[in-house]
Design a protein around this ligand. Sequence first.
Ligand code: FUB
Length: 298
Amino acid sequence: LLSIAFILFAVPVLNAEERASNPIVKHMFTADPSAHVWEDGRLYVYPSTDIKGKGYRSMDGYHVFSTDDMITWKDHGEILHSRDVEWSGGPGRMWAPDCVYKDGLYYYYFPHYNTDQEWEIGVATSDKPASDFKVQGFVKGGNGFCDPCVYIDDDGQAYLYAVKRVKTYAAKLNDNMMEIEGEMVRQTDLKGLREGPFVFKRDEIYYLIYPDSSPGGHQMNYAMSSSPLGPWESKGIILKKTSALTTHGSVVEYKGQWYLFYHNADLSGGRKGNRSICFDKVTFNEDGTMNMVEQTPS
Ligand code: FUB
């Protein structure tokens, strides 16, 4: 009896926290990690969820993970599912998300199909970083766009980056964080861009990292600019292909060290739609250029 009780109560605890090297989540498949450090001092990762044995179209909900030591990761559980989305066109197609914090609220952006089977960028909000998200609608002016990234500059202005037909567009977001100011403007000069832009700033330089379409496995590239809306100068590759076909990630500084979050497919033995999130250190040169990231093997 004692051993049955142990199994019943121990399994959820083991699943909720993982001590990990790459990949950092092993009890489920995860991809497209967007990493952020919030005011509570923890680093949170907002990935998409891959479904075991299935492909990208089946992706249907989101978990959040967090750490305070880059070793032990807590799974906060599922924060959103297609059934929570009033304007949903049906299950699946919940692709790469992002999250930002503004004036006491966390804004969670997720691409999902509407009833016309077209992409919308959904918006859910919460006053907590990893629970209680409520869908508020979708970004007005964002129809047809996927892979949202939202960046808030030091002056409080928010920018939305998103992808349509393998091109990245960007625009300012209004104060309500749900409407585009003007129109989405094509960001040219992003050599070879395929999808998945992520923007961050370091020492007054804006960086946009993005996957290319390299055959056999996409590689992560980066571009630099002195403005959040470009023009961008493509600088080359920072992550060579992984065991996954796609690549998609984010860059964040935590406790004085910069990291690249990305995914591979080592855990599934290279299965395209069964990816796993990873991280590795990233370093910069004096002129701000980035060095190639070494992948820690799984
Ligand atoms: O995870 C589904 C899609 O695959 C993402 O939206 C793309 O960026 C690619 O990683």
